[in-house]
Write a protein that binds this ligand. Sequence first.
Ligand code: IMP
Length: 181
Amino acid sequence: MRKIVFVTGNKGKFREAKEILAAKDIEVIQNNEGYPELQEDDLEPIAAFGAEWAAQRLGMPVMVDDSGLFIRALNGFPGPYSAFVEKNLGNKKVLKLMEDEKDRTATFKSVIGYCEPGKEAEVFTGTVEGTISFEERGTGGFGYDPIFDYNGKTFGELGSKEKNRVSHRRRALDKFFMWLD
Ligand code: IMP
């Protein structure tokens, strides 16, 4: 069984990556040491820099996941600031910002960065389209899951098995797995 070190402090990301990659016979080991996050409009350079930094620091191959929610009516906000906004504003304030918006389309994006020491990072992007709900629904998942509606159910209502079948993270990890293979 192949083993991969996932540098993340986010329990939700780790749990999902572990479940998704277990089905492909890959064991995911969490490392909590973190990495500096660049301030960029796109997630790809943030994930690439983080993976390169962590691989160099730990002296082993690592993966990272930089992800976020991009709401069209808010010009992509919170995007790369998703973790900060979730922590400091939360879902209710995001819903408030969306109160009068008719266009509720939003994209979840996950960028997996993978790097071996001394090499350049590879990045794998996965996205899923949905809409921002009018209220929080469901207790599953983490972060923005209760306000991200996917075909009539929020990710918070879907349950991990269903979410992991269609999520941005699943799509990015599928690309990563194909590349590894
Ligand atoms: P970062 O990748 O550490 O910058 O943080 C990404 C943030 O986006 C997380 O803290 C969550 O708020 C949010 N996020 C990313 N993926 C998901 C997801 O699958 N469900 C819900 N929220 C997510």
